[in-house]
Design a protein around this ligand. Structure first.
Ligand code: NIG
Length: 390
């Protein structure tokens, strides 16, 4: 059964050949979707079996959130409160969430994850990546990947998130476990990507290289958390290893910006994290001006960024990181798609997924202009591509 979204005042296609400017804007438009796929983008008045009249509203591709840690149990609001009183974020709370997550049942984790997915879907996200990383045993990492796989095809194995307490002082033994038995279990449970946290207090560049190498040999795509809390070797490593994405990029040197600009690795910026951890924001302006490809993602997790709102990330990127509204909207849609090496989402053109959001506003500018206001009137399309939620 086909459906037409009709009477669109301003349509963002992210297809520069279809309309004005880099966002490919089409005015007075309609989009026909058949069986979850866009079949035609044209002027208003196209026909289909069913019609959704949006009365002049703005329509965009659904948001592509390429970095989340949605499968977890427990609460860390006290850690946030302490941080607001001056205690710095250091990633140590990952162990608190690991303890709570290990003791939660599969059904408890499913319910918690579904609640967060429903929230993200209401806020306009139609494609989402979900990492493991709060299990940190062979069985628990396989369990978290498998629970994530029930809800999205973009699943990431993050066994190298932090060294669990039982391996304290034996980091190399833990890395060997991650690269061996734990990776086998995660891959068998449906992981598409492998990731590691390259940071002081987590894993160094050699350990991350070993993890990424093992993941590549197991057939997984590569991504890396890097330069979140300090300047370090992570961005260079991600470029050297041809990672699809290097995430955070809060502390960058000139060499990092040059390396990213000359690479195909997407710099995924997570401004809600820098907001919640009271850190400086990444230098998006220099990255973009140098020619790097930039994505925005929520990094939804209980420690450093407990939000599912991509609109909030857009508003921060514009206000705090000096991205233009067009750059921020692109980074939250087609930029995220690039970070996941997908060309079927993040845009609205014939052949792409018919995943769209109707914004209660005449233009996409309102996403940055009206921060904190729930402007997403309707989200069209399932979240995750496996089973609709919300
Ligand atoms: O991306 N940096 C590592 N992982 C998460 C934080 C996880 C946590 O604090 O629970 C991040 O910020």
């Amino acid at each position: 059964m086909s459906v037409v979204i009709d009477n669109i005042g301003q349509l963002v296609t992210n297809d520069a050949s279809a309309g004005e400017g880099p966002l490919g804007i089409v005015r007075d438009a309609s989009v026909v979707i058949d069986d979850d796929v866009v079949v035609s983008v044209g002027r208003r008045g196209q026909v289909a079996d069913e019609r959704i009249d949006v009365h002049g509203a703005c329509v965009l591709p659904g948001f592509v959130d390429s970095h989340t840690h949605l499968v977890f149990a427990g609460d860390r609001s006290e850690e946030f409160t302490a941080r607001m009183a001056g205690r710095p974020y250091d990633g140590g709370g990952i162990r608190v969430t690991t303890t709570a997550t290990r003791s939660a049942s599969d059904d408890e984790l499913r319910d918690l994850t579904d609640g967060r997915l429903a929230e993200a879907h209401r806020a306009g996200t139609t494609t989402i990546e979900i990492k493991s990383g709060y299990g940190l045993t062979v069985a628990d990492e396989a369990r978290l990947v498998s629970l994530a796989r029930e809800r999205t095809s973009e699943t990431t194995f993050l066994g190298a998130h932090i060294v669990p307490p039982e391996y304290e002082g034996r980091v190399d033994d833990y890395v060997a476990l991650v690269c061996g038995e734990m990776l086998v279990g995660a891959a068998a449970s449906g992981a598409r990507w492998i990731d590691a946290f390259c940071e002081i207090g987590a894993f160094d560049a050699d350990q991350c290289r070993a993890v990424l190498d093992a993941g590549r040999r197991a057939g997984l795509g590569l991504r890396l958390h890097a330069n979140q809390l300090h300047h370090g070797p992570g961005v260079q490593l991600a470029v050297e290893m041809h990672c699809a994405s290097v995430d955070h990029c809060t502390y960058l040197g000139d060499d990092d910006i040059d390396a990213l600009a000359a690479s195909e690795t997407v710099a995924t910026l997570l401004p809600a994290t820098d907001f919640s951890t009271r850190q400086p924001y990444p230098d998006a302006r220099r990255l973009i001006d140098a020619g790097a490809t930039v994505a925005l993602a929520s990094n939804c997790n209980p420690g450093s960024s407990y939000t599912t709102s991509m609109s909030f990330c857009i508003a921060l990127a514009v206000r705090e990181m000096h991205m233009t509204i067009e750059e921020a909207v692109a980074a939250a849609t087609i930029g995220g798609a690039g970070a996941l090496q997908r060309d079927d989402v993040g845009c609205l053109k014939p052949g792409s997924k018919g995943h769209a959001i109707v914004v209660d506003a005449p233009s996409y500018h309102h996403l940055a202009y009206r921060p904190g206001v729930p402007l997403i009137r309707t989200t069209i399309g399932p979240l995750g591509g496996v089973r609709p939620v919300g």
